[in-house]
Design a protein around this ligand. Structure first.
Ligand SMILES: Nc1ncnc2c1ncn2[C@@H]1O[C@H](COP(=O)(O)OP(=O)(O)OP(=O)(O)O)[C@@H](O)[C@H]1O
Ligand SMILES: [Mg+2]
Length: 270
């Protein structure tokens, strides 16, 4: 007899997906959209309008650079998009699904399969080695350990760090830590990458490496949204959004999104 003590995240996710058509999924729903999105922070009597009524659509396979001065609201906006924070009001649609349907736990499951998040300060788990950090999100799923390990080593190779598998974060340079953090963000092969100033603390060589990596991911079909001031990341963008005081002042399309691979080719590429 097989006793199942606990559902895996994979099973939970499949249940969530099975329920989505009964919710609001519709073929004309945008891949990513924010609708009158507002995030206010209240400190004493003072209200900060960090995200101030943003309505925006993002196409699948689009690479977007968000630029803007410090305090413009870039991080807050990315956190709302990725479901890391809840809006004061308004809607976020991610992978065609309205995030407001989810309670916190379901949202966390939905998020890990859909969004890889890269932070400015890497956020690696300091007690885990490089390979263990990459394995960490995979262990929430039903993949066998051998499969996990093979995929983690492949990701390590992809970020050029096969020879650093057993290093702890403090034994890695800043650029290496960020590359491990990117490999971790790709662990469950999410269709969307959100990155918050991922090259801000890195030297030119590492920043260029990450620029090339994002370009490869874009070609493989990922949708990439990156807050950055780094020309090495901005130069690959289809579209540049300029943010100030919680709003997008400028929305500049640099080139059209042309992505033609089939889902099958896409899966094989990654
Ligand atoms: N948790 C919070 N509580 C109160 N105010 C906050 C909080 N988080 C952000 N803010 C405020 O919201 C505004 C937008 O902050 P945010 O971090 O999104 O800006 P940013 O564009 O990412 O800036 P930077 O380029 O410096 O990272 C700022 O004025 C900030 O002080
Ligand atoms: Mg920020």
């Amino acid at each position: 007899m097989v006793i199942k003590l606990k559902k895996t995240r994979q099973e939970e996710y499949e249940e969530i997906l099975a329920q989505i058509p009964e919710l609001e999924y519709h073929p004309t729903t945008p891949f990513i959209q924010t609708n009158q999105l507002i995030k206010n922070f209240e400190i004493n009597d003072h209200i900060i309008h960090a995200v101030d009524n943003i309505t925006l659509s993002i196409k699948q396979h689009e690479y977007i650079a968000i630029v803007g001065e410090s305090g413009a609201g870039k991080t807050t906006f990315l956190h709302l998009l990725g479901g890391l924070d809840l809006p004061s009001s308004g809607k976020v649609i991610l992978s065609y699904v309205d995030l407001s349907y989810f309670d916190q736990e379901t949202l966390a499951t939905f998020r890990i399969f859909n969004v890889g998040i890269v932070f400015q300060n890497y956020n690696l788990i300091s007690s885990l080695t490089a390979i263990e950090n990459i394995l960490f999100p995979m262990q929430l799923c039903e993949f066998s350990s051998d499969e996990n390990l093979t995929r983690a080593h492949d990701l390590l190779a992809k970020v050029g760090l096969s020879n650093r598998a057993d290093h702890l974060p403090f034994q890695l340079s800043a650029g290496e830590q960020q590359r491990i953090a990117i490999a971790r963000a790709l662990a469950l092969d999410p269709p969307i990458i959100l990155a918050d100033e991922p090259t801000a603390n890195l030297d030119k060589t590492n920043a260029e490496f990450i620029g090339r990596l994002f370009e490869t991911l874009r070609k493989q079909g990922k949708t990439i949204i990156v807050a950055t001031h780094d020309e090495k990341l901005i130069k690959h963008a289809h579209r540049i959004l300029e943010m100030a005081e919680g709003k997008f002042l400028k929305d500049e399309v640099i080139r059209e999104v042309t992505f033609q691979k089939t889902d099958k080719e896409l899966n094989e590429a990654i």
